[in-house]
Write a new protein. Sequence first.
Length: 152
Amino acid sequence: MGAGVLVLLALLAGAYWAGTRKHAAATTTEKVEESITIPKDATVTAECADMRGKQYIIPKDIPMGPIYDVNQGKVVAIEYLIGQTELTKQSDMFSNLALPKVDYDHLTIMPMEPHAGENEIHFHAIAYLIPQSEAAKIKCTTDQSMNMTGSQ
């Protein structure tokens, strides 16, 4: 597990670095988007996840993602679910990933025990577009948490 986690962290750190090159984008022809929008064919998988808000995913992208985390009508994070076995077998799974060119604030890797449809430990890799202090304010009520239909 240790090598897989290190590979995941290296891949995601590279994606995070690429997304936060705001100043470099100003001196090149690379365009930085102002925001990310939810794709029209995305469906709700969770009414609320603490620190992330309402979650949307395009059905064909289940379970890996991207999962669009939305709070007050604004995408606040993009996340991916990565299985431990999948990561160790295909460590370059993100090599062709086209991440939106936005100014990411921070990256969180959350190890998760198996849940709803998952048989092994997996990781949620979450690229936040908002500061940690703002994400910490996103709280779910008991009713919202009970309405979950997908991953948290």
